[in-house]
Design a protein around this ligand. Structure first.
Ligand SMILES: Nc1ncnc2c1ncn2[C@@H]1O[C@H](COP(=O)(O)OP(=O)(O)OP(=O)(O)O)[C@@H](O)[C@H]1O
Length: 257
């Protein structure tokens, strides 16, 4: 069955999650089609990060289902979801500050090979090492870090560290990449670089992007979903979302002008 027939590459149905008395997500349903850049927006505390946690496997919903490529992944642990092609860029804990950028990505490539048996299994160690390092260099180039291979990760600029995290996520060869506020804490120049990078990645992998920068969202997204108070109030094309009365109300007209 095609992804479309299943309601999208990612199909979220009736997902709820509470923390004590706080209903962070209430019956959220959302479909992400293969190949699209789908932005998830909403005011502070709307539940965006909580939804990303349910999708990545960092948390499990109280109710509802999450299907990925037709398979129910609602209760799968994070590593099993990564193996199926769901990656998350916000993986700071995976960066070894004292290793070089190249070594960091090489470890991620090796991890993928080790964890779910890759094509390098039957290679001689020396060829295997070369193949891993070559692939790692390709991912670094893909995120705009060519030339920074030998730089120790801890010495990279803030924006470059985010680019490195993206390379680590890409090294898992995802079909869906979850990006939670990729431009957070960046100045205009770094943000512009990351927007261009996301535009580039969006042509290669399906993206679900949480972002507060509305200029970036409206520039990058094919479709936008809006969460307010844990409820999904609309999904649509950028122009439809911009014109939606409830969305304008939620944002008090400010960013949507
Ligand atoms: N681990 C937790 N324990 C208690 N409450 C939580 C927890 N995680 C999230 N919440 C609450 O759930 C609600 C949704 O939070 P969430 O971080 O998902 O929102 P958000 O849309 O990502 O916000 P922001 O844009 O400010 O990052 C908030 O009220 C938050 O305080």
């Amino acid at each position: 069955m095609s992804n479309e027939a299943n309601g999208g590459l990612l199909a979220v149905a009736g997902v709820s999650r509470h923390f004590g008395g706080v209903h962070a997500l209430s019956g959220v349903s959302l479909a992400v089609a293969e190949g699209e850049v789908h932005a998830l927006i909403g005011p502070n505390g709307a539940g965006k990060t909580t939804l990303i946690h349910q999708l990545s496997g960092a948390q499990t919903p109280d109710a509802g289902t999450i299907r990925f490529a037709g398979e129910d992944v609602t209760r799968l642990p994070m590593h099993a979801r990564v193996a199926r092609g769901i990656a998350r860029s916000w993986q700071v804990t995976n960066v070894f500050a004292r290793l070089t950028a190249l070594d960091n990505v090489a470890l991620a490539v090796q991890g993928r090979q080790r964890d779910w048996g890759g094509s390098f299994r039957f290679w001689a160690p020396v060829d295997k090492e070369r193949a891993i390092v070559d692939e790692a260099a390709t991912w670094l180039a893909e995120v705009g870090l060519a030339g920074r291979e030998s730089t120790v990760a801890g010495s990279l600029a803030h924006g470059e560290q985010r680019q490195l995290e993206l390379a680590l996520a890409l090294a898992t060869k995802p079909r869906l990449l979850l990006l939670d506020e990729p431009m957070a804490g960046m100045g205009p120049e770094e943000s512009e670089r990351v927007v261009a990078l996301i535009e580039h990645l969006g042509r290669k992998v399906t993206l679900l992007l949480v972002e507060h920068d509305m200029d970036a969202v409206f520039r990058l997204a094919d479709r936008i979903s809006v969460l307010v108070g844990g409820r999904l109030i609309c999904t649509g094309l950028p122009d439809e979302v911009r014109a939606h009365p409830e969305v304008r109300k939620a944002y008090l007209g400010e960013e949507m002008a």
